[in-house]
Structures are given as C-alpha cells and as structure tokens.
Design a protein around this ligand. Structure first.
Ligand SMILES: Nc1ncnc2c1ncn2[C@@H]1O[C@H](COP(=O)(O)OP(=O)(O)OP(=O)(O)O)[C@@H](O)[C@H]1O
Ligand SMILES: [Mg+2]
Length: 257
C-alpha cells in the first residue's frame, strides 16, 4: 500500500506528515477556522487540544478529505488534500468519535475483514499479529459486542493500523472511557507510533496530550494559540501544568509564536 505513494509529491515537505497553512472554514456566517497553521512531524504522536466546538473534528474532516476548506492549504504525506485527495486517502486511516467495529463479528473476524478489504496478502496472519500486539488474543474469538469500552477502542485502533498507513487520525480516542480503559488505549496509541505511523489525535484532556504527544497544538477561537512540546506550552501559558497553561493562554488571547 505504501508503495502506491512512493516519494512522489513529498518534496518540499520532507519530514512533515501534515502541513497546514492559513486553513479557514466557515459554516454560513460561523467562522470556525480563521487561519490555522500546523506542522506534524513524521513518526510521532501530535495532539490537537481544544474545547467543545473549537473545530477539532472540522480540521480532521478537512485533512481526511471528507470536507473542503474555505481557504488556505493542507498537505498530508506531501499530498494536497484538495488536488490530490485520492492519494491522501491511500496513505491514511481515520477513526472517528464513534467506534467502527462490527459488534456481531469477533475481534479476529473484524480484523481479518478489514485486512481483506485493504488487500493484505494474509488477512488471518495480520489479524493474529494485531490481536497479540494489542493484548486481545484471549478475547479474540468472542463477539466484539461483549468487549469493554477500552477493548473496543483498542480493537478499533488495531484496525486503523492495517495496511501500514503513513498518517493515522484519531478523533478523541478516549472520550467516554474510564481511567483504566484510557490507559489501555494510551498504550495502544504508543504501540501505533512505534510501528512508524504518524498519529494526529484530538483530545479535550490535557493529561492525555501531556502523556502521549511529542508536540501539542492548542486550538482556540479558530486559531492555534500555542504549538510546541509540553514544556514550550507550559512556558507560553506561564503555568506548571497544561490545564492552567491552556486557561491562561485562552483568557489572555495571546498567541505564542
Ligand atoms: N456540518 C456543519 N454545519 C454547520 N456547522 C457545523 C458543521 N460541523 C461543525 N459545525 C460547527 O463548527 C464548530 C466546530 O465543530 P467541531 O465539531 O469541529 O468541533 P470539535 O472541536 O470537534 O468539538 P467536540 O469537542 O465537541 O467534538 C461548531 O460550532 C459546530 O457547530
Ligand atoms: Mg469533535
């Protein structure tokens, strides 16, 4: 699958899994994105933080070619999301805010099905490997409907890795999970990054961003008000924890450059 893309189109954005410049999106009079700039390095976890309605899912929708921007530009793995949408779709996977597994099938069957759909040469082998990698071997032959919330998300994340996507988008992967399940999903996301995919995830949880992400961007009122590693955001927000840093940045209206 990765062979379809090769290195074509990557020139100029080497080292960046996602590059967004001046991205704008309006729904009627509602200006949701007012000029967003993002640079997501390859092979790491990047967290996009923002409150409800900040526009996180809107950004994911544009980057995954499901929605057209109103202005600005964005590339994924070097491909333009508007002019090269087909190529973008070949090198990404996206997991939305709802789990996309089939509850009637077992975990093993869900994985094998997706592996067949993505033209993997040995779907059963792919399923077995992922079940083991994500700690699901014991539950492999039970219907997914019987899985806990955390197990379901882990299965979902395992599915999104099939075909070795270059960029994986996860929209609020832990929302609604209890603390233990959240930890399980964090481990799954770390496994995913270790496998070489760049991961762009959205979250409302500062702790999640601090734990998982090498780079964090804070979206507020249509703009990125801070972007950098954990320490850079603490410094910008003048606080010793991300939550206070976020609140300070948001209330001051300052932008970190
Ligand atoms: N299809 C649409 N039509 C009109 N307005 C929309 C549409 N999709 C999103 N919006 C508006 O865009 C804004 C941002 O929504 P979005 O879903 O991107 O936020 P979010 O940061 O993902 O929020 P949440 O944390 O609740 O998931 C909201 O004001 C929302 O009402
Ligand atoms: Mg959302």
């Amino acid at each position: 699958m990765a062979g379809l893309s090769g290195t074509a189109g990557v020139s100029g954005t080497a080292g960046l899994a996602v590059e967004v410049r001046g991205l704008r999106k309006s729904f009627g009079p509602n200006k949701v994105l007012k000029g967003v700039d993002l640079a997501v390095p390859t092979g790491s976890v990047f967290a996009l933080l923002g409150q409800n309605g900040a526009g996180k899912t809107t950004i994911i929708s544009i980057l995954t070619t499901l929605r057209a921007p109103s202005g600005g530009s964005a590339t994924v793995a070097g491909y333009d999301v508007c002019r090269q949408a087909d190529q973008v779709r070949q090198v990404i996977t996206v997991t939305g805010q709802r789990v996309s597994i089939d509850p009637v099938l077992t975990g093993r069957e869900n994985l094998a099905l997706v592996a067949r759909l993505r033209h993997q040469p040995s779907p059963k082998r792919v399923a077995a490997d992922l079940l083991s990698q994500f700690g699901l071997t014991q539950a492999a032959d039970k219907p997914a409907a019987t899985y806990s919330g955390g197990m379901g998300r882990r299965l979902d994340i395992a599915m999104s890795l099939i075909g070795q996507p270059r960029v994986v988008f996860l929209d609020e992967p832990t929302t609604g999970l209890d603390p233990a399940s959240r930890r399980e999903v964090w481990a799954a996301i770390e496994t995913m990054a270790e496998s070489g995919s760049a991961v762009l995830l959205t979250t409302q949880h500062m702790e999640e961003a601090a734990h998982l992400a090498r780079q964090i961007a804070v979206l507020h009122q249509g703009r990125i008000i801070a972007q950098g590693d954990h320490q850079a955001i603490l410094v910008a927000g003048g606080a010793d924890n991300l939550e206070d840093a976020f609140l300070n940045l948001a209330s001051s209206g300052r932008e970190m450059k």
